[in-house]
Design a protein around this ligand. Structure first.
Ligand code: SF4
Length: 283
């Protein structure tokens, strides 16, 4: 159960992504998975290199397309544990459409976003999760857009497992990834993973000063979506822990089993020969 390989990551020293990698490896070992039972599909960006650094099946896919590929892998082989991963630019800009539809679809995979509020690989441009007023070379007078709110987005889109963690708190992050992988359905985990080279605002110290653990909030109930939404909103998204979990919702896979069994020609409104050809494909 050793998810380490001999490839040395080329992230900058101090990058938050090191801890995300370690937490994924530890969580999968704790669950008792074997490397050949895991598929790790990543997008493009510094975080996208992750799939090369873990001893498992892996695809370093294309920009914003980790989720479609991960969902395809899961549907093709439902025995596999599938983790998709990428950065905030990958998941909340070019890949945003895929993110929203995966959130509502509830395929049993885990999606881990390494959110550093900047584009690191391309040397420091404003990303969708950069705060209003954030100064970079693409927004020299400060970003004039409001940042996306990943947790509210996930809740509003119908995700059945929504969590957030901080790469500096590897114990909490490992526990959250374990819970996410064990959840039956789509699990969304946003991880604040500081870019020490280009983001001089959202630093480790900044997160330590600004994050609130949900476990420290009296009466917080992660089964209640309204409480989850209100709490996330009140804290401007700066909370950590399992924000929301619905253990009752059926997965996509469980609903597609037998989906074509009772179809009739009348359901499809097509000619008999077209119907026969279609049904032959499901046999
Ligand atoms: Fe990490 Fe930023 Fe360096 Fe990329 S540029 S490896 S995100 S610290």
């Amino acid at each position: 159960k050793d998810f380490r390989n001999n490839v040395k990551p080329n992230w900058c020293p101090g990058c938050g992504d090191f801890s995300v990698q370690a937490a994924i490896q530890k969580a999968c070992a704790n669950i008792g998975l074997e490397p050949e039972q895991l598929a790790l599909i990543t997008g493009i960006g510094c975080s996208g290199r992750l799939s090369g650094y873990v001893n498992s099946y892996g695809v370093h896919s294309i920009h914003g397309r980790a989720l479609p590929m991960a969902q395809g892998v899961k549907m093709a082989n439902q025995e596999l544990t599938v983790i998709a991963s990428g950065g905030d630019g990958d998941g909340f800009a070019i890949g945003m459409g895929h993110t929203i539809h995966a959130l509502r679809r509830n395929i049993d995979i885990t999606y881990i976003v390494m959110d550093n509020q900047i584009y690191g690989l391309t040397k420091g441009q404003t990303s969708p999760s950069s705060a209003h007023g954030f100064v970079t070379k693409t927004t020299p007078k400060g970003s004039i857009e409001k940042h996306v709110s990943p947790l509210e987005l996930a809740l509003a889109s119908g995700a059945t497992f929504v969590a957030q963690s901080f790469s500096s708190d590897i114990k909490d992050l490992t526990a959250i990834i374990e819970a996410a992988v064990n959840h039956k359905g789509f699990s969304f985990v946003n991880v604040f993973s500081p870019c020490v080279t280009y983001n001089k605002v959202n630093t480790y110290d900044w997160f330590k000063e600004n994050l609130t653990k949900l476990s420290d909030i009296d009466g917080y109930d992660n089964k209640n979506k309204q409480i989850a939404m209100n709490t996330v909103h009140e804290h401007d998204g700066l909370v950590t822990g399992i924000v929301y979990q619905d253990t009752e919702a059926p997965t996509y896979e469980s609903q597609i089993e037998g989906y074509s069994d009772n179809l009739t020609k009348a359901d499809l409104n097509i000619k008999q020969e077209e119907f026969d050809a279609l049904m032959a494909q499901f046999k």
